[in-house]
Design a protein around this ligand. Structure first.
Ligand code: CUA
Length: 370
């Protein structure tokens, strides 16, 4: 109502357009989109972001100048109905040289930082970088820490402030490793190693995604990057190194001074508590009987290589299951165990005919692994 009386007619016509424009610009805000490349959190990601920002500013300048000149020409030289035919011209060497040289200079200004960025992000990582091996599988990610002798899946823990050097490959088809807050995409290939490194600048949990079509569940081949302070990361490493498949017999109680045995005792005591739970004991039996053990290892330290399914040593502590697809709750885990094919069609884990009661026990058993 106010608009109808206050705004002059030509201005009113623009109100819906401005409204839509505001909506569009609002939708571009990265605040509510975790999987954005527009808020870089590492040295690698900042190199790409700087190049993008530089390019956008050049494009913006060109847009303003070209569209400005166009609008000026439209209004300044608008013809009237009784104007004579304008003078016909063809070719102008000076103008053609100018509009060839200027774009060439602009492209050079964009090319220099781009090429520099390509070399910087392809350079060798520093010698003190933390090594992580990434293996793509249909449709999940395996992460190995060769120097720490640890294996995990779908959630990669990294320390903030230290360069992490990823050496990547695949167990089957081509995938693409993409942690958008930290780095650009890097395809992973069979029989060929690709590399990627970055230094995370902020702790937190961030999403990652397979970015190359790799089969029916490509969209559900996500992962999480858990960036931790160096202290938190060290605690996680020490803890993971204690994770074994089952509590050793009580007779194998540790002797003081033996750090390896003390470490495994931490796990055994914790899991011994869990093993009092009848759910845990039943779940442990089912894990063998239903054949889970054939595809999944429950050992993080010195884990067997070449397992078909994701390592589950710390599955109880993970944020998601099904490669970043479903929140890790007892309810989703039980549903998954009973009918993975319904939750992720085509996933390589078959339905094993697990009853609701059995699933509950298996959840109890797996939940203790964290
Ligand atoms: Cu793996 Cu797409």
């Amino acid at each position: 109502m106010l608009l109808r009386t206050a705004a002059p007619r030509p201005l009113r016509r623009w109100v819906p357009v401005l409204f839509l424009l505001a909506l569009l610009v609002g939708a571009c805000s990265p605040e509510h989109y975790a999987q954005t490349a527009l808020r870089p959190l590492s040295d690698f990601a900042k190199i790409g972001d700087d190049i993008q920002t530089t390019t956008i500013w050049w494009a913006f300048g060109v847009f303003v100048l070209v569209e400005g000149a166009l609008l000026y020409a439209i209004f300044r030289f608008r013809g009237k109905p009784d104007d004579p035919e304008p003078q016909q011209v063809h070719g102008n060497t000076a103008i053609e040289i100018v509009w060839t040289v200027i774009p060439a200079l602009i492209l050079a200004a964009i090319a220099v930082p781009t090429v520099k960025g390509i070399f910087e992000t392809s350079a060798r990582p520093p010698a003190d970088a933390l090594k992580v091996e990434v293996i793509g599988h249909q449709w999940w990610w395996e992460f190995r820490y060769p120097d720490l002798n640890l294996t995990t899946a779908n959630e990669v823990h990294i320390p903030v402030g230290q360069t992490v050097s990823f050496r990547m490959g695949t167990a089957d088809v081509v995938h693409s490793f993409w942690p958008p807050r930290f780095a650009g995409k890097r395809d992973v290939f069979p029989n060929r190693e690709t590399r990627l490194w970055f230094k995370a600048e902020a702790a937190g949990e961030y999403p990652g995604q397979c970015a190359e079509f790799c089969g029916i569940q490509h969209g559900r081949m996500a992962f999480r990057v858990k960036a931790q302070t160096p202290e938190e990361f060290q605690t996680w490493v020490s803890h993971m190194q204690t994770l074994g498949p089952k509590p050793p017999p009580a007779a194998e109680a540790p002797t003081a001074g033996d750090s390896v045995q003390v470490a495994s005792a931490g796990a055994s005591l914790r899991q011994a508590g869990a093993s009092q739970d009848p759910q845990y004991a039943t779940g442990e039996k089912l894990f063998q009987a239903k054949g889970c053990v054939g595809c999944h290892s429950l050992t993080a330290f010195n884990a067997p290589k070449g397992m078909i399914g994701p390592n589950l040593a710390d599955v109880g502590a993970r944020s998601y299951i099904g490669a970043g697809s479903f929140k890790n709750t007892d309810e989703t885990l039980a549903r998954w165990i009973q009918n993975p094919q319904a939750m992720k069609v085509g996933v390589l884990m078959p339905n094993l005919g697990v009853t609701a009661e059995e699933a509950k026990s298996l959840v109890g058993y797996l939940r203790a692994h964290q």
